[in-house]
Ligand binder design. Structure first.
Ligand code: AMP
Length: 637
């Protein structure tokens, strides 16, 4: 094993040689002419002229050596189902779904929205899309009709693929009615909807002329073979929407060749999964972690991927460890919140199963607090627990450990060092000057070009890509919108967001989106939404709303009803993920004299901290109102 320092330097000093070497980890139908085209900064095109296909690399490529190895093991503790697919079976299923999509008119460059629970058919659909050169866009099942409609209108899909329902904690969550509603809300609804009926909602109706039954169409295409559509490396593979500071989610656009290479390389250097081994990523296909490490990463690497529909605590808190034992999992990936959930349970659940094969447990999506890191490390003595830091935009880690290159001592509270390909810097938040001294706070930025795998643009909006990510400082650097420090050894520590994004259990939510949803309630005049520290979920959503009728503040009973109604409005409009934990009715919101909401001060008071600089506040008593509201009782989630 060489030194990571050399490896890292090589990636930055000779990017062409470094990435050309990594590109050998995947198959190319046509070799690339140029490793990197950075002639139009900050845009970067990787492996220019090369032709490849994600589905070929994730599935077909393995048939010669792994046809009978399990590719997907599926278990649902919700629907009480287990299924397993070898690579040969996965190949057959993906071909069948590709034939179905083709019959429905899906072709290269067309968008397909996937609004599906964690079932194998969702994976078949994603892989079928990439096989055809179509662009998938998964919308997380926890999003409601309005959120789905926004994404439909931005992506303008030719087809939406859904299921009758998902399940959570034993409850059936009907998807189809939400889809029906989203299609009436959308300006550009797809002409067709493919519905996978799991039999969870009796009498799920299909709209004639629009809806197609998955099983019926599938029966027609049993045994079908659909050739792979070879794409130029920069052609998009998928769009994944993520929240920012505006009300409109951004479509993170991923390329094809760069993403395949980045994931294959990350499996080797960071996640250290060997072909033939099993990886279990406990996340959801609706999030970037699911895209990269449930679906594409493990399959590109010839591994078996565990697809689990269910909670970590049902039927009891040993379920994950049973899966680890049964499927001989060697690499696992989840979020710190999930571990904090387990930490509340009896530690003996972790001892019921043989977890000795589990080499690594990776955690990402939100800060990993030291007590949680220490607890899970003690509970799994044979396993190294490793933090890693990244974003929907990057598709794979920016900071992390590199056990495949060089083992480094674990530092509690740090996700690790800058990963190969990323020229990471810390900049002073005001002056933009580089912060070079150790342990000084700065904004974490990446100097372009971004390495392979990172977003190539914002779907349909190059201008937004540049203005959102590369325009914060005088020099055009990619802004992560996170504060960080770096110590003498080069290990980074993430301190939190620089913007108003809220991170609930590793899921990113935009304050503005939630505020817009609440403003839609006829009884609310104004609202401020902030993220408030929470022991379990990292942060929870809290809303401070001013009612149109001030007398509502006086009436105790009506007040609680309105607070609950506001929560319901958010749940209905955006989905359960965005539902506030608390809504407080207040008389005024703290603002500057120029009318800008003082969200930071509201957040500080809600977290029982000092409100900070109040020299610009219009009415200091408004903060007392926030304080008083925090003490009052009211409905909680
Ligand atoms: P998302 O794009 O939804 O995955 O959210 C990305 C954001 O989550 C980052 O910008 C960070 O604020 C936060 N985040 C992700 N991973 C970590 C980590 N390992 N430590 C601290 N924060 C993290």
């Amino acid at each position: 094993m060489g030194s990571y320092e050399d490896f890292y330097r090589h990636s930055l000093d000779q990017p062409d040689a470094f990435w050309a070497e990594q590109a050998r980890l995947i198959d190319w139908e046509r070799p690339f002419d140029q490793v990197l085209d950075a002639s139009r900064p900050p845009f970067a095109r990787w492996f220019v002229g090369g032709r490849t296909n994600l589905c070929h690399n994730a599935v077909d490529r393995h048939l010669a050596t792994r046809a009978n190895q399990p590719a997907i093991v599926f278990e649902s503790t919700e629907a009480d189902q287990r299924r397993q697919y070898t690579y040969a079976q996965l190949h057959a299923e993906v071909n069948r779904v590709a034939a179905m999509l083709r019959e429905l008119g899906v072709g290269r460059g067309d968008r397909v929205i996937v609004y599906m629970p964690m079932v194998p058919e969702a994976l078949f659909t994603l892989l079928a899309c990439t096989r055809l050169g179509a662009i998938h866009s998964v919308v997380f099942g926890g999003f409601a009709a309005h959120s789905l409609a926004l994404r439909i209108d931005d992506a303008r899909p030719v087809l939406l693929v859904t299921a009758d329902a998902g399940m959570r904690a034993g409850r059936v969550i009907a998807y189809k009615p939400l889809v029906d509603e989203a299609l009436t809300l959308a300006q550009h609804p797809p002409a067709q909807v493919l519905v996978f009926n799991r039999g969870l909602v009796p009498g799920t109706s299909l709209t004639p002329g629009r809806d197609v039954d998955f099983a019926t169409l599938g029966a027609k295409h049993e045994g079908a073979r659909v050739p792979v559509e070879w794409l130029e490396s920069s052609e998009p593979s998928y769009i994944l929407y993520t929240s920012g500071t505006t009300g409109k989610p951004k479509g993170v656009q991923r390329d094809t060749g760069g993403y395949a290479v980045a994931l294959a390389a990350s499996m080797r250097h960071i996640y250290t999964g060997q072909p033939g081994e099993t990886m279990f990523t406990a996340s959801d296909i609706g999030w970037v972690v699911g895209h990269s490490y449930i679906v594409y990463g493990p399959l590109l690497n010839g591994m078996t991927t565990v697809l689990y529909e269910g909670l970590p605590t049902r039927p009891d808190a040993s379920i994950w460890w049973r899966l680890v034992e049964e499927h001989r999992v060697s690499v696992m990936f989840t979020s710190p919140t999930a571990i904090r959930v387990l930490k509340k349970q009896d530690a003996s659940f972790l001892k019921r199963h043989d977890t000795s094969r589990l080499r690594h447990l990776f955690l990402a999506g939100e800060p990993l607090d030291a007590p949680t890191h220490a607890w899970i490390s003690d509970a799994l003595p044979a396993t190294q627990v490793l933090d890693n830091y990244w974003q929907t935009e990057t598709g794979w880690p920016i900071l992390g450990p590199v056990p495949g290159v060089q083992a480094r001592p674990r530092k509690l509270g740090s996700p690790g060092v800058a990963l190969y390909g990323y020229r990471v810097k810390l900049l002073d938040g005001l002056s933009g000057a580089e912060v070079t001294a150790p342990n000084q706070k700065g904004v974490l930025v990446i100097e372009p070009p971004l390495p392979p795998g990172c977003l190539s643009t914002v779907w349909g909006d190059d201008e937004r890509f540049v203005s959102t990510y590369f325009s914060s400082f005088e020099t055009p650097v990619y802004n992560t919108f996170d504060w960080a420090t770096r110590d003498e050894d080069g290990d980074y520590f993430i301190l939190g967001r620089t913007d108003d994004v809220i991170n609930v259990a590793g899921h990113r939510l935009g304050t503005r989106e939630i505020e817009e949803a609440i403003s839609g309630h006829p009884a609310i005049a104004e609202v401020a939404v902030v993220g408030v520290k929470d022991d379990l979920k990292g942060q929870v959503v809290m809303a401070f709303a001013v009612p149109r009728d001030p007398t509502r503040l006086q009436r105790e009973e009506g007040r609680a009803d309105l607070e609950r109604e506001v929560m319901d409005t958010v749940g209905r409009t955006l989905g359960a993920v965005a539902r506030p934990a608390r809504v407080h009715l207040v008389a005024h919101l703290p603002k500057t004299r120029s009318g800008k909401l003082l969200r930071r001060s509201i957040q500080a008071v809600a977290e029982a901290r000092e409100p900070g600089d109040l020299s610009t506040i219009e009415d200091p008593s408004s903060l007392e109102g926030i304080q008083a509201a925090m003490k009052a009782r009211g409905p909680r989630e």
